[in-house]
Design a protein around this ligand. Structure first.
Ligand code: NAD
Length: 484
């Protein structure tokens, strides 16, 4: 008998304590070899004035155990409270979020009886970097960051996961027809890394039609890898159409730790009523057991759970007159699973996890790329509401700079000067693009940028931010404005 693995457990908010209690009872009844360290997170911690929702001492436990089983928590709206889920994922570097969405016909009602999709969601980047600013009276922004190393890690994870789990196809969803640099990079890396996996089928869909297909014919998908936001939204859709959001578990994996949870939230309206379905968290715990190298226990728990579903013992969210046999509460559902530990499902396909399932992943090697980077211009954003685009262009057109000149002005991404369309609606947020006077595309210097800003200052213009325009090995590292 191997020795116990320490894990950190948080009971969370809303339905959290009930489903955590059920989950721990089941896995312990199945013989999980774990030592539990409990930490407090969520609403109570937020209310004590800790805006991150987690106390410093709890990080010590997480750093020690490196394995976190977490019930859902309630993030108070507004008021500067940061999402603890996002903070935990990012602080611990849990870059991969794995969300299997499986249907269980005929025991759980679904329009998609052959659904078995695993969503691999990038977990640290994209619009979830949480870098948001209000820049003018009218305009707010959220920065979308996609990095090469971050994308390489998640895409490689998706292919390694597929290989490891005998999956046949990896699909990528992006919106690279619009976001050519950020989503474009994600798609490009998918193609590059995918080429290293000749035995796995690969395909890419634009996320809008991909999402429509996923909702309509999920059985044609196998593993789907996507940037953070699309993955967040579409894994809820996938779980719900498989049967219920209450059924899906989720693993957050990184190089220095892992967190396991349900994909749903704290469902406060159902709290304290012994109603919630503990299955999502339980399946999260099953992934945890595989991760801590207890595949025997994971297999026992998962099969006992499948047998319970098959026997028609269902919580309210999946209860269906005619299909279900008995409507039970959270506690009774857990008791029913415990009573079936050691049994196999007869109709649903039993699972069988193997030792080392998650250990064979190829080392994540981040490729180093040498590029020649040159500053060739600058976008300076202004907060200005004293007139039209034409008036702004005329005002700035004769700034008389040493090496740079005003190349164009755009508003919300559309070119409005020179030769703007009179119909274009303009806000108080203007992007003024400066390039080299000698020849467009020639380098400019930081001194040129300082001269532009100094000139704006002297004119009394409020510059709210600058973005350098760079070329990389002679290739533009920025997009043109719409209408250019
Ligand atoms: P939710 O997932 O908590 O609940 C939505 C609805 O789904 C519920 O009203 C309920 O009908 C159903 N449902 C969810 N889980 C269920 C279960 N286990 N059994 C039966 N029915 C279930 O989503 P929400 O209402 O948008 O969010 C509530 C709170 O949860 C918010 O504060 C949100 O920030 C938080 N949240 C936390 C996490 C997390 O901790 N990982 C994830 C999502 C949302």
């Amino acid at each position: 008998m191997s020795k116990n693995t320490p894990i950190t457990v948080a009971y969370g908010d809303g339905i959290g304590p009930e489903i955590m209690d059920a989950t721990l009872r089941i896995i312990q009844a199945a013989g999980a070899r774990i030592d539990i360290e409990t930490i407090e997170i969520g609403e109570k911690v937020y209310m004590r004035g800790e805006s991150s929702g987690i106390e410093q001492s709890s990080w010590d436990s997480l750093r020690r155990t490196k394995v976190f089983l977490k019930a859902p928590i309630t993030t108070p709206q507004g008021g500067g409270f940061k999402s603890l889920n996002v903070t935990t994922r990012k602080t611990l570097g849990l870059y991969a979020n794995i969300r299997p969405c499986v249907s269980y016909p005929p025991y759980v009602e679904t329009k998609h009886p052959n659904m078995d999709v695993v969503i691999v969601r990038e977990n640290e980047e994209d619009l979830y970097a949480g870098i948001e600013h209000r820049q003018t009276e009218q305009v707010y922004q959220c920065l979308k960051l996609i990095s090469r190393p971050g994308t390489e890690k998640i895409v490689r994870y998706a292919f390694e996961y597929a290989e490891q789990n005998n999956r046949k196809k990896v699909t990528c969803f992006t919106k690279d027809n619009i976001m050519k640099f950020t989503d474009g990079l994600f798609h490009k890396i998918f193609d590059e890394i995918g080429a290293e996996y000749p035995n796995i089928e690969k395909e890419h869909w634009i996320v809008d039609i991909g999402a429509a297909k996923l909702a309509d014919t999920p059985e044609v998908f196998d593993v789907i890898v996507m940037p953070n936001l699309y993955g967040d939204i579409l894994s809820d859709v996938a779980a719900q159409i498989a049967g219920s959001v209450g059924l899906a578990g989720s693993a957050n994996i990184g190089d220095h730790g892992a967190m396991f949870e349900a994909i749903h939230g704290s469902a406060p309206r159902r709290a304290g009523q012994n109603m919630a379905n503990p299955s999502g968290l339980l399946l999260g715990a099953v992934m945890m057991l595989v991760h801590i190298d207890q595949p025997d226990i994971a297999t026992k728990v998962h099969n006992a759970w499948l047998k319970t579903l098959e026997d028609g013992i269902h919580t309210y969210d999946i209860f269906n007159e005619g299909l279900s046999i008995e409507k039970v509460g959270t506690r009774e559902f857990a008791d029913a699973v415990i009573a079936r530990v050691g049994q196999q499902p007869q109709k649903l396909k039993p699972v069988s996890y193997k030792t080392g399932d998650v250990k064979k992943f190829r080392q994540q090697e981040i490729r180093k790329i040498e590029v020649d980077k040159q500053l060739v211009g600058v976008d300076v954003f202004l907060d200005w509401s004293a007139g039209s685009a034409e008036e702004l262009g005329n005002k700035l057109g004769n700034m008389n700079l040493k090496n740079a000149f005003l190349y164009m002005i755009s508003n919300r991404g559309v070119k409005v000067w020179p030769n703007g369309a009179p119909e274009t609606f303009c806000t108080d947020h203007w992007r003024c693009r400066f390039k080299s006077k000698t020849k467009v595309g020639d380098p400019i210097s930081h001194d040129d940028i300082l001269e532009i800003l100094q000139t704006f200052r002297n004119m009394g213009m409020d510059f709210i931010k600058t973005e350098g325009l760079y070329s990389f090995d002679g290739v533009k590292g920025y997009t043109e404005a719409q209408g250019q």
